[in-house]
Design a protein around this ligand. Sequence first.
Ligand SMILES: Nc1nc2c(ncn2[C@@H]2O[C@H](COP(=O)(O)OP(=O)(O)OP(=O)(O)O)[C@@H](O)[C@H]2O)c(=O)[nH]1
Ligand SMILES: [Mg+2]
Length: 198
Amino acid sequence: MASAPSEAPPAPIEVSAVKFVVAGGFGVGKTTFIGAVSEVRPLTTEAAMTAVSDGVDDTTHVSAKTTTTVALDFGRISIDPTLILYLFGTPGQERFGFMWDDLAVGAIGGIALVDTRRIDDSFVAIDWFEARKVPFVVGVNTFDGAERFAIEEIREALGVAPEIPVLPCDARSKAEVKDVLVALVGHLAAGSGVTLDA
Ligand SMILES: Nc1nc2c(ncn2[C@@H]2O[C@H](COP(=O)(O)OP(=O)(O)OP(=O)(O)O)[C@@H](O)[C@H]2O)c(=O)[nH]1
Ligand SMILES: [Mg+2]
């Protein structure tokens, strides 16, 4: 008896991975940002803040903060079965700054998170992305009670180029974090000359 022709095994799905880095000053909301959007429970390396940070980290505006990221945050989003987005968050305390370069290896884009109450703390992340030529967008984390500024005022204060998107966002909101990521993808596409469908 003739046996049915055996079906060819399905072709393996090729999965591409894309890496984005979320950088910013101490307590600006990086861990919160990644946690809001990650589909897996984000890996974080939070440690209790100790007396070592007294007088070093400005906790005036994040007085409820009891932990800080000491190595990295890691989150994952599947865009579709063939494309996975990995988000890496930097530690915010200056004394862990030596880890930032390692975290950036292979990153194709970044998010500089800023807090308008501490604009001076934003320059480290912005300069870092610029120096490494990693395209980035700016997310302005809108903390409760912080004075609201027009985006153009913030752009001017930060000195970022007009083509770099600057977006307000609440790092606790999945939808708003997604908007920032979509803006980054659009910015990357614009930089490479690709036009994305709406
Ligand atoms: N109101 C408000 N609070 C926020 C927002 N984003 C973060 N927070 C709070 O701000 C505090 C600091 O947030 P984290 O996500 O730990 O900040 P971080 O940048 O990861 O901090 P480090 O890793 O220590 O630099 C936490 O208590 C958050 O709940 C926001 O958009 N609005
Ligand atoms: Mg953190």
